[in-house]
Design a protein around this ligand. Structure first.
Ligand code: ADP
Ligand code: ZN
Ligand code: ZN
Length: 824
């Protein structure tokens, strides 16, 4: 008798699958969705494996399949299990990543009264039971969770239990309604031959009604034989009664036809021919194309992962486009990941131009119906490529042979909440391994870990060292090489000494004036994350840091102290700079509004445009702002991290970084890397057109290596310095991290729990004799309170922290983040 290992959609999270038996006559396939009994409920499940041996002695039967064909591709059943193991995440949450949108239905508990309101007074009940019963009796049925919210009653479960036992209330279990379904549109189908229809139309007579019916038949002959009812109405003016008449005479039939809600349908993209690749592009493309051929021939051997390190504007996207063309020519398909789809309309456009009608997009901005239909269209093999953010790696793309991760260093590739807290790069690598697909990671500023892999042989390194610049005369098909923009680093300490208190240094102010006078565009960049949280000396640039963790200390107003967010050591806020004895040691940080005000004051004639989270809450806002700036409706664009993303804005000649210090001084082991990447990426927005461009970086710490490396566009220098630091402290990629967070409304309880778990972890480490594992903390999180909950964290650093965590059973309230991209 065969058995099935099933991931079950239960309310309590489980990391394991459950074994079910198959009743005689029922066959299920791996990846198929099924109904299974679970406790006294019927729940949704997905079959991950069919076996001959049960992994559990007593099994119950699967109730029925939900759908005739599997929902998950074979590689996805394996990938889901791997994700659950690697990220210590609930199994069904991992499976759900690959299911059609809206699949998950909530298990409901329904209560129905078995007594009437009149009978209630005569019943012997506790006050609590009476209160519950009164709520149920008034209605036909109530959902338990709703009742819980309405009554906010302690001991509700026990009261319900007793009412059910005494048969005063009936309890049943159901699943919530599906949130999305295929969209069905009523259509009319012509049932007779065209000649016959024409003949009938002629005989219908000259009455108004007859003319309408005749027009309907003619429309079906000419544009049919199948047409949406609404369209037929518009063509002929036919009424419902008229249509019914045609149906009764068996000339036409009504049908429900499934239609696809297509998010790109309303847009049209002119199709474009590919340009001729430069020699450098050709070399990179050639290697990828060869790997694609090997993969298509099925002799991929070890998986091919490429790191395409190309400076901003070096034509990486063009390489992806032509490699995808190659994959398609081999009968295969691709997935292209972008950091955030609303910030990358240009990428979508370029793929849509090259592959008209064969691009699917997946993202949360689509309606549930659109998401559902795209999912089904992808599964049916309708698209050459799927473009989307990190979750698009789980798209049901058949014949997958090519995966691109553009701007692979971006942190949005790591899911923060909810579990599984996966990194799309790890998932993509695993998927490439399972399918033999070729994976290309592209960036101007690769993640240090990726570059480390590329230099130690795990990935193949491909490089594009020069910018390309399309020739105006070449119809976009040919180009010349260009250099990267000049970068000037301005020492803000000197500005202060010279009596300049404005947020614009003299250099930046002058460059701004020049650019505006020449009618060119400017970007002012500001990093807002964590602003005002660190302390810096205005005279020497000194920032107090923790000697043990090498991160800057965070100022806590409530305690008037500086605290390390990794190890929790702290000290009093100094009155004077420990380095130069200046009294001007204070908090840093300004916002985009402030920059806007100052810019308006200094350059009253300039037209300003602000781009930050506050002005981009609405759907489509990113695209509108970008379009306005590209159309030169503004002279200065003021923005945060978002504008650093890979946008192509050719008439920008000046980029000003208001302050590089904020990101540099975040208490995180990756703040140096983050700063380098941000500076290099914003700098990459300048000088992409024929006018060239320059970059001005303002900072109190001009000699910091991350700033110096960015100023020279010197990735190698950055890498060497950063890798050395990481190796010394055992940070990734020279060690691995896991971060545990406990959040609770009661601050003392949160602290207590954190200390308790830390003690358990230390004890277990000793007992098991696990070498090379540091347990840092507990300490309050960088964001010590979020949504009313106090947060404490423990950081594990070592060869394999997950090995220890596998074995620990965590009390409720803990979140586990394996390989966190940030400790903030
Ligand atoms: P990246 O992705 O590295 O930032 P892009 O692919 O966006 O670079 O290329 C920058 C610009 O150069 C784009 O406008 C692109 O269309 C153009 N381009 C890239 N390669 C070529 C080429 N071989 N010939 C002509 N134009 C090109
Ligand atoms: Zn100082
Ligand atoms: Zn510390």
């Amino acid at each position: 008798m065969p058995f099935a290992e099933v991931a079950v959609n239960s309310t309590a999270p489980h990391r394991r699958a459950f074994t079910y038996s198959l009743p005689a006559g029922l066959a299920v396939a791996e990846g198929q969705a099924v109904y299974v009994p679970f406790g006294n409920r019927t729940l949704q499940g997905v079959v991950l494996e069919v076996t001959d041996e049960p992994s559990y002695p007593e099994t119950r039967d699967i109730i029925a399949p939900m759908d005739s064909r599997p929902l998950l591709l074979p590689q996805h059943t394996v990938l889901a299990r791997w994700l659950s193991d690697y990220y210590l995440a609930p199994l069904f949450d991992c499976v759900a990543l690959m299911l059609p949108p809206g699949f998950r239905r909530k298990p409901l508990t329904l209560l129905r009264p078995l007594v009437s309101a009149e009978e209630m007074p005569s019943l012997d009940l506790t006050p609590r039971q009476r209160e519950v019963l009164a709520q149920v009796v008034g209605r036909r049925q109530v959902e338990l969770e709703e009742l819980r919210k309405e009554l906010k009653l302690r001991g509700l479960s026990a009261a319900v239990e007793e009412l059910v036992r005494r048969e005063l209330v009936e309890r049943t279990y159901e699943l919530g309604r599906p949130k999305v379904k295929p969209k069905l549109v009523p259509h009319v189908r012509l049932l007779v031959k065209r000649g016959e229809a024409r003949k009938q139309a002629k005989e219908l007579g000259a009455s108004a009604r007859g003319r309408r019916l005749a027009a309907a038949l003619t429309a079906l002959v000419e544009e049919g034989p199948l047409m949406p009812v609404a369209q037929l109405r518009a063509r002929s003016g036919i009424t419902s009664a008229g249509l019914k008449g045609l149906v009764d005479r068996e000339l036409v039939a009504l049908e429900e036809v499934e239609v696809e809600r297509d998010p790109l349908a309303a847009r049209s993209y002119p199709s474009r021919d590919p340009p001729v690749l430069t020699a450098a592009q050709q070399a990179a493309y050639g290697e990828i194309a060869q790997a694609l051929e090997r993969s298509a021939a099925g002799d991929g051997g070890s998986p091919s992962v490429f790191l395409l390190h190309g400076v901003t504007g070096s034509g990486k996207t063009e390489v992806y486009l032509q490699a995808l063309e190659k994959a398609v020519a081999l009968g295969k398909r691709g997935i292209v990941l972008v950091p955030e789809i609303s910030l990358t309309p240009q990428t979508v456009r370029r793929f849509a131009e090259r592959f008209p009608g064969r691009v699917a997009v997946m993202h949360s901005g689509l309606s549930p119906g659109e998401q559902f239909d795209q999912w089904r269209g992808i599964r049916d093999g309708r698209y050459a490529v799927v473009i989307g953010p990190r979750s698009a790696i789980f798209a049901p793309q058949p014949d997958l042979a090519f995966i691109v991760m553009d701007e692979e260093h971006e942190w949005t590739y790591k899911q923060q909440d909810p579990a599984p807290r996966y990194h799309a790069r790890r998932a993509a690598e695993k998927l490439a391994e399972l399918t033999g697909a070729v994976l290309v990671l592209g960036s101007a500023t690769p993640d240090l870990e990726s570059y480390y892999r590329a230099s130690s042989g795990g990935y193949r390194l491909l490089e594009l060292r020069e910018r390309v610049q399309p020739l105006a005369s070449g119809d976009g098909r040919s180009c010349v090489a260009r250099s990267l923009p000049e970068v000037e680093v301005v020492d803000l300490r000197q500005e202060l000494k010279a009596g300049n208190r404005s947020i614009f240094s003299r250099s930046l102010a002058q460059a701004l004036a020049e650019a505006l006078a020449a009618d060119e565009q400017v970007i002012l960049f500001l990093n807002r994350r964590g602003a005002a949280s660190f302390v810096q000396c205005r005279d020497c640039g000194h920032v107090p840091t923790c000697s043990r963790c090498a991160v800057s200390l965070t100022y806590h107003v409530s305690e008037g102290r500086l605290i390390c967010h990794h190890c929790h050591r702290g000290r009093r806020l100094p009155d004077r700079c420990p380095q130069c004895d200046s009294p001007r040691i204070r908090f840093m940080g300004i916002g985009t509004e402030k920059v806007e005000q100052e810019a308006a004051r200094a350059f009253p004639q300039a037209r300003l445009l602000r781009w930050d989270r506050d002005v981009t809450r609405h759907r489509g806002a990113h695209e509108r702002i970008l379009a306005r700036f590209l159309a030169k409706e503004a002279d200065i664009l003021i923005g945060t991290q978002m504008i650093a993303k890979g946008l192509d804005m050719p008439s920008v000649t000046l980029v000003g970084v208001i302050s590089a210090d904020v990101s540099l001084n975040l208490p995180d082991y990756r703040s140096g890397e983050r700063t380098f990447q941000l500076l290099e990426q914003v700098a990459g927005r300048a000088g992409r057109g024929p006018l060239g461009g320059r970059v001005i970086i303002q900072t109190y710490t001009p000699h910091h290596w991350a700033i110096q490396a960015a100023a020279r566009h010197d990735y190698a220098a950055f890498y060497e310095h950063e890798a050395l630091l990481r190796r010394r402290l055992g940070y990734p990629p020279f060690g691995r991290l896991a971060r545990l967070i406990f959040a609770h409304t009661n601050p003392l309880y949160a602290q207590e729990q954190a200390f308790r778990l830390a003690k358990t972890l230390r004890r277990e480490t000793d007992i098991r004799g696990i070498p090379h594992l540091d347990i840092l903390g507990p300490a309050p999180s960088f964001v010590p309170k979020m949504r009313g909950r106090h947060r404490w964290q423990i950081v594990l650093r070592g060869d394999d922290p997950a090995e220890l965590l596998q074995e620990i059973s965590f009390p409720q309230g803990w979140t586990i983040d394996v390989d966190p991209v940030s400790l903030l």
